[in-house]
Design a binder for this molecule. Structure first.
Ligand code: HEC
Ligand code: HEC
Ligand code: HEC
Ligand code: HEC
Length: 388
């Protein structure tokens, strides 16, 4: 090989490696969404990170989801969540405490991750969409390989919903999930979303007296103003997702009653897991860590005492596993109080609780009748429901 062609080969090799590296970097944010719950991940709690390059905004949904958009527009997520940043005097106070310039609060700050949806358009221009949007909860939809392009296609052109084969359905669902879509099947991930914002895990914000989020009971919160379950019946806003109760591709036996039981328990488990992860971010014993310990205490008490100790005939191995995982945390807290040295202990417990929640979220709730007798679940009617 002549020195010149050897140089060419080296150049070519370097170039290929570079291209490969770039490809990996570009695909990283997408892959992160699907690897969110890698078993060995001891992540700290963070506001949801929705890939801003792939955010489309609700205008891209309205053609097919008119009622969902109308319901959303009537909720605090669409308007008030963002308006608070621009108009509330308290926002300036919090921003000052965190060293954020007033002009940056609604444009570039930690605040917009929870109160709005940051996006970057094709030309690289940054902007902020008003409110907690469709994609804050269902994940960014855009891009050539994004889920928006795939999620509503039942097969070759003209295939109707009832004609979609099971294998096409499974492939479509899998492709959408790989692209990051949080579907009604992904109850655990959806619940995690709510708590990532509604448990304010930022010690500095809590010190600044930002609302830290009261106990957040998931059935009440999901079935009130946030509810938008019209997919298979546009006449009523169903209590739970109509795609989830539809038996086209799943065994019959999924009912609204069963779903609510599962949502209730998953909510408690996710609250517990999020609060444990949040506790692990504490830097010293203070109001913030006290608040998190109270949250952990309440969710744990409900699961361990009000539920496990009361049921006689219902198998709840997931909850037993979660309770066992959190026991050592309480022992340590009782002996020594909060300590940054115990960070790994809190995170390890959170991981186990997360696994339990994920497993529980796959249930249909039909074998949980007994918990109805315990009067733990909130009874409707729920306030603020949008009626078409
Ligand atoms: C071309 C029409 C169309 C557009 C545009 C569209 N959707 Fe959909 N969407 C559908 C259909 C049809 C379904 C029901 C799919 C099924 O039967 O499984 C659906 C289902 C969904 C689901 C529930 C999936 C599940 O299985 O739980 C979500 C969430 C969703 N869409 C969000 C959005 C969002 C957010 C946007 C805008 C970024 C959007 N869609 C834009 C047609 C559309
Ligand atoms: C981790 C997510 C998160 C972050 C980060 C966040 N907020 Fe909030 N904020 C919330 C939630 C959730 C509520 C509603 C709390 C409730 O109703 O329980 C809220 C409520 C508020 C309120 C009304 C209630 C109150 O406490 O006065 C204001 C004002 C506010 N936030 C401003 C800000 C500002 C300014 C920032 C940035 C400095 C910020 N928030 C950062 C989640 C967040
Ligand atoms: C990106 C952050 C974020 C996500 C994700 C999120 N919220 Fe919110 N939510 C907020 C903020 C900010 C407010 C505004 C609080 C206000 O108006 O005082 C809010 C307000 C609400 C309210 C009205 C006030 C109240 O507490 O009754 C409900 C209900 C609610 N959220 C439920 C949910 C549910 C259920 C989920 C998950 C399915 C969820 N949220 C996901 C940030 C978020
Ligand atoms: C606060 C979080 C949140 C926001 C914002 C949100 N969704 Fe949802 N969405 C959910 C949850 C949670 C469910 C599942 C409800 C259940 O399983 O009972 C859901 C279910 C759905 C479904 C299935 C309903 C059915 O009947 O099966 C569609 C379609 C959908 N969302 C579209 C949208 C669109 C379009 C927007 C924006 C206009 C939007 N969502 C905004 C959390 C959210």
């Amino acid at each position: 090989m002549s020195p010149k062609s050897r140089l060419n080969v080296t150049l070519l090799l370097t170039l290929s490696i570079l291209i490969l590296l770039i490809a990996v970097c570009v695909s990283y944010p997408q892959r992160r969404a699907s690897a969110q719950d890698a078993p060995n991940e001891l992540e700290a709690v963070q506001p949801p990170v929705v890939n801003p390059m792939r955010v489309e905004g609700h205008a891209k949904c309205i053609d097919c989801h008119k009622l969902e958009v109308k319901a959303w527009l009537a909720s605090k997520h669409a308007t008030r969540a963002f308006d608070l940043l621009r108009t509330s005097p308290r926002s300036r106070k919090y921003a000052k405490h965190l060293g954020i310039r007033p002009s940056d609060i609604a444009k570039k700050s930690v605040c917009v991750n929870c109160h709005a949806t940051p996006m970057i358009d094709e030309a690289g221009r940054r902007s902020v969409l008003s409110g907690v949007s469709c994609e804050s909860c269902h994940n960014a939809a855009g891009g050539e390989d994004g889920w928006l392009n795939r999620h509503a296609s039942y097969g070759p052109r003209g295939t109707r919903r009832e004609q979609e084969s099971d294998s096409h359905y499974q492939a479509r669902a899998a492709a959408c999930e790989t692209a990051g879509q949080l579907r009604t099947e992904n109850l655990y991930q959806l619940a995690k979303r709510c708590f990532a914002c509604h448990v304010v895990s930022d010690e500095k914000l809590v010190e600044a007296e930002h609302d830290h989020g009261d106990r957040f009971e998931l059935v009440t919160k999901m079935l009130g103003e946030v509810r938008h379950n019209f997919s298979q019946d546009t006449a009523t806003n169903a209590e739970v997702a109509t795609l989830w109760t539809d038996s086209l591709h799943y065994a019959a036996g999924r009912t609204s009653t069963g779903r609510k039981r599962v949502v209730f328990i998953v909510g408690q488990l996710v609250d517990l897991g999020t609060s444990l992860r949040s506790l692990a971010t504490g830097t010293e014993e203070n109001d913030f860590t006290d608040l998190m310990i109270d949250r952990i205490d309440e969710a744990f008490g409900l699961l361990a005492e009000d539920l496990l100790e009361e049921v006689e005939d219902t198998e709840l191995p997931e909850i037993e596993q979660a309770v066992e995982a959190v026991d050592p945390v309480f022992e340590k807290l009782d002996d020594d109080g909060f300590s940054t040295d115990d960070k790994q202990l809190y995170l390890e417990a959170a991981l186990q609780v997360g696994r339990a929640a994920q497993a529980f979220a796959a249930r249909d709730g039909s074998k949980l009748e007994e918990i109805d007798d315990l009067d733990l679940l909130p009874e409707g009617p729920f306030a603020g429901v949008y009626q078409p």
